[in-house]
Design a protein around this ligand. Structure first.
Ligand SMILES: [Zn+2]
Ligand SMILES: [Zn+2]
Length: 422
């Protein structure tokens, strides 16, 4: 619907072969690249878009495969454990039910969202976009679905859950005989297929199919800003009027509002929660009447003592090194923007991207605990229970991920640019 406005000329939409880097705000012309290559920002080295051929056909085939594998991996048994004469088989969702039985609502919610609801909605979203695309049929709500899919990518954690099953298996290996079942193999395949589907999903092509116009302005040569979701370039007059991207309808601002304040608050909250996450116990094992409690750190030490160097390293990096590094980098970025640091902007842009990529892997320990709790219930012989640190730790991971999203990386460059907004 058009809004009548007599005070300002109407904005117009057009197509331009340009892209604006979301990390630094530089406008650049799209160049032809081979299918296996990536176009990077000339200023800050961020990946702007990757080479593309008939990629969407592949993505739709992969999405159909993913749906079949999703059903199989949830319907079939996942893992079997044997201790002495007792054996126990569990599916992926058994973990969720086991947590509900213990009234671990937050943990159960986190698990069901990340390993069940998210991937399912993702697969359905892929299908809703890609199958009609093959027949060039436009359906209602595809704009909203693609908008959601782009945002959801960071929060889908199947590959991290997969790493957790490996860590949990190694931890259990000395106590029990452990056998992966058909559901586990279907699940591992599903993870691979979904990752490939994202690689093959050409966002630029799909947005272009939904709406070829990607440049919206009222005046000739006015300053434009990019939309993170659909990569459209939107003139500041349009943003000031609607605060919305005309192409994908997502909220749009010249800079994330109150970026520094929001990020600072989130960093402080995660730093505070990081203390109980490390001091309090994360889980309890009870074997033949003897109870043992683990914190994150003692878990790593134990793995080292058993000579399991590889897994000890994975847990140490994911649960101790990554969260603390993330907090340090975020604090450094916030401080550098506050004092208006001009040197090393490229270096800081790299740190920001690194933190965005590795942050989610800290969820490993959360999934390890839920896997152990759901699988290891052998009564008197061997049981595992979750403890309070796991919730504090999960909150640290999620809060730092949100903090990375609220930090506007373009602030790093604004000090170098006289054209910056306001
Ligand atoms: Zn850039
Ligand atoms: Zn947009």
């Amino acid at each position: 619907m058009e809004q009548a406005d007599t005070t300002m000329p109407k904005s117009h939409a057009q197509h331009r072969d340009w892209l604006m880097c979301h990390d630094c705000g530089e406008l650049q012309k799209i160049v032809a690249i081979s299918p296996d290559n990536e176009m990077v920002c000339f200023n800050c080295n961020a990946v702007l878009h990757s080479g593309e051929a008939r990629r969407l056909e592949w993505a739709s085939a992969l999405a159909v495969t993913a749906l079949i594998l999703f059903v199989l991996s949830n319907a079939l048994p996942f893992i079997t454990l044997e201790i002495g004469s007792q054996s126990q088989t569990a599916t992926i969702l058994d973990g969720f039910w086991a947590l509900l039985d213990r009234n671990q609502w937050i943990l159960a919610g986190m698990v069901i969202t990340t390993i069940f609801l998210f991937p399912l909605i993702e697969i359905l979203a892929f299908l809703y976009l890609l199958l009609p695309y093959s027949y060039n049929r436009h359906l209602r709500g595809q704009t909203a679905v693609l908008r959601w899919l782009v945002r959801a990518q960071t929060w889908s954690m199947l590959e991290i859950f997969m790493l957790s099953t490996v860590v949990a298996s190694v931890k259990l290996a000395d106590m029990t005989v452990l056998r992966l079942e058909a559901g586990a193999y279907a699940f591992f395949l599903l993870v691979g297929v979904l990752i490939l589907a994202y690689v093959k999903l050409n966002r630029r092509l799909l947005w272009g199919w939904i709406n070829t116009n990607n440049y919206f302005s009222t005046y000739e040569n006015e300053t434009v800003f990019d939309c993170k979701i659909c990569q459209a370039m939107v003139g500041e007059s349009v943003i000031e009027k609607t605060h919305e991207c005309p192409r994908c309808r997502s909220e749009l601002h010249k800079r994330i509002p109150h970026s520094l304040e929001k990020t600072t608050a989130l960093v402080l909250a995660s730093a505070l929660l990081y203390i109980p996450a490390n001091i309090l116990p994360i889980m309890t094992y009870t074997s033949l009447g003897i109870t043992e409690t683990d914190t994150i750190f003692s878990g790593v030490v134990e793995l080292l003592a058993e000579g399991l160097w590889g897994v000890a390293l994975v847990v140490f990096v994911a649960s101790i090194l990554v969260p603390i590094t993330k907090l340090v980098i975020l604090t450094y970025l916030l401080w550098s923007v506050k004092v208006g640091m001009r040197r090393g902007a490229k270096h800081r842009a790299f740190l920001y991207r690194l933190m965005e990529v590795v942050g989610r892997w800290s969820m490993v320990d959360v999934f390890v605990v839920t896997l152990l709790v759901s699988l290891v219930q052998f009564g008197f012989i061997y049981t595992v229970e979750p403890e309070s640190a796991i919730i504090a730790f999960g909150a640290v991971v999620i809060l730092t991920m949100v903090a990375a999203e609220t930090f506007d990386a373009r602030l790093i460059w604004d000090v170098l640019d006289e054209k910056k907004p306001q």
